[in-house]
Design a protein around this ligand. Structure first.
Ligand code: NAG
Length: 395
């Protein structure tokens, strides 16, 4: 046996593993995930999909279009889950969480709904039936659901123009949707998701009022998603995002950046500034306990919804841009190498700083990791799954 292969064999036997990536560092910083939006188009591109499947970079997926109303219920009462199921299956095969997106939005609603001239009571029943079917289909598979998406105008008032839901039902559709989602999957985190709410302003205030309104109605709401469609050079300082997230956290909800991308003109891109801007958002999330994670809206400029904007951490040739390294470093230093023998041994008894105490952690909760001292047993039927040395989770 050649010396080199002998050496490699010895290393493999010792099981030295250097796990690192965007998701590994996010978890080491105490977050639940760093994730990406994905589509079946990306899955059909083997080179792009190899990046998407790397759980060291991504611990969470969001479907680009595959879970939207028009994709799932193209005609009344007929549900088509095939494409979304493909994405969920890939997430599960790679140990990733799903943020499921979305249930009620004014866009990508099929014409049988928008042109149906339904009265209030009928439209409510259509909405509730859609939610019961879709959330029921994915019960137990979604860490979170974006229950209502983009319900607000820029001035923070409720959107009616252009929204079949807002114009027919009025704002009452919002708490009704949250209550229906909770009934179909009591364990999913239920989110309100919107854009231009990333910093304080009339729309962020409107989103806070919406959260209070849902609670007043008696429906559960657990999270606020800041989409984070931003522009290079206009991102500003982390403190603005920190104080905005804290204002939401004060209402008792968790927060996440759910659709982060930072556009720079392809004709004259500034990738260094873009990297700085990504680091600003990561730094802000890192500073706020209620910020559970960050999802980028895709990962490569090859597949982005905004043309000529190169907004993502990998370029259109699937090469890492300065933004990649900036995100990595903004989460914090690289975790030390671990050994696979430790990994195997800790699959059932995750590393922990003690704890246990016979208590049980709920679905999705942390159940182990270096420095963790809480419950290490999961409530039935969930088991404590090793994710990395800093984080095990009840799944
Ligand atoms: C539609 O019905 C709901 C539930 O009864 C009610 O809260 C809401 O105000 C109604 N909307 C309109 C526009 O009448």
């Amino acid at each position: 046996m050649a010396l080199k292969s002998l050496l490699l064999t010895s290393l493999a036997t010792a099981g030295l593993v250097v796990a690192d990536g965007l998701n590994v560092r996010a978890k080491a910083a105490g977050k639940k995930y760093f994730g990406t939006e994905i589509s079946t188009t990306v899955m059909n591109d083997a080179n792009a999909n190899n990046i998407a499947k790397n759980s060291q970079d991504f611990g969470q997926y969001t479907c680009e279009n595959e879970m939207k109303f028009d994709a799932l219920e193209p005609s009344r009462g007929t549900f088509n889950y095939a494409n979304a199921d493909r994405i969920v299956a890939q997430a599960q095969a790679n140990g990733m969480l799903m943020r499921c997106h979305n249930l009620v939005w004014h866009n990508q609603v099929p014409s049988w709904v928008t042109n149906g001239h339904f009265d209030n009571a009928t439209l409510i029943s259509i909405m509730k039936n859609h939610i019961a079917n879709v959330v029921g289909h994915y019960k137990g598979k979604c860490y979170a659901w974006d229950v209502v998406n983009e319900a607000l105008n820029e001035d923070g008032t409720y959107r009616t123009s252009g929204s079949v839901w807002g114009s027919t039902i009025g704002p009452a559709y919002i708490p009704i949707a949250f209550a229906a989602a909770a009934e179909a999957d009591p364990d999913a985190k239920l989110y309100y998701n919107d854009y231009n709410c990333d910093r304080a302003g009339a729309k962020a205030t409107g989103a806070q009022n919406l959260i209070k309104m849902v609670k007043q109605y008696g429906a559960p709401i657990h999270g606020f998603g800041m989409q984070g469609h931003l522009t290079t050079g206009q991102v500003g300082s982390a403190s603005q995002y920190v104080s905005n997230m804290q204002a939401f956290a004060a209402l008792g909800v968790e927060v996440a950046f759910t659709e982060l991308d930072i556009a720079t003109p392809s004709s004259n891109p500034n990738f260094q500034q873009q990297a700085t801007d990504y680091a600003t958002i990561v730094s802000a999330c890192k500073q706020v306990d209620a910020c559970v994670g960050i999802t980028t809206w895709g990962f490569t400029d090859k597949y982005t919804w905004i043309s000529n904007s190169d907004p993502l951490p990998w370029d259109s040739n699937l090469q890492k841009k300065p933004a990649y390294t900036a995100i990595l470093n903004a989460w914090g230093s690289s975790p030390p190498p671990s050994t696979t023998t430790t990994t195997a041994a800790t699959t059932t008894t995750p590393p922990s700083g003690g704890g246990g105490n016979g208590c049980t952690a709920p679905h999705w909760a942390q159940c182990g990791g270096i420095g963790y001292s809480g419950c290490t047993t999961c409530e039935a039927p969930y088991t404590c799954k090793y994710s990395n040395d800093w984080y095990s989770q009840c799944l």
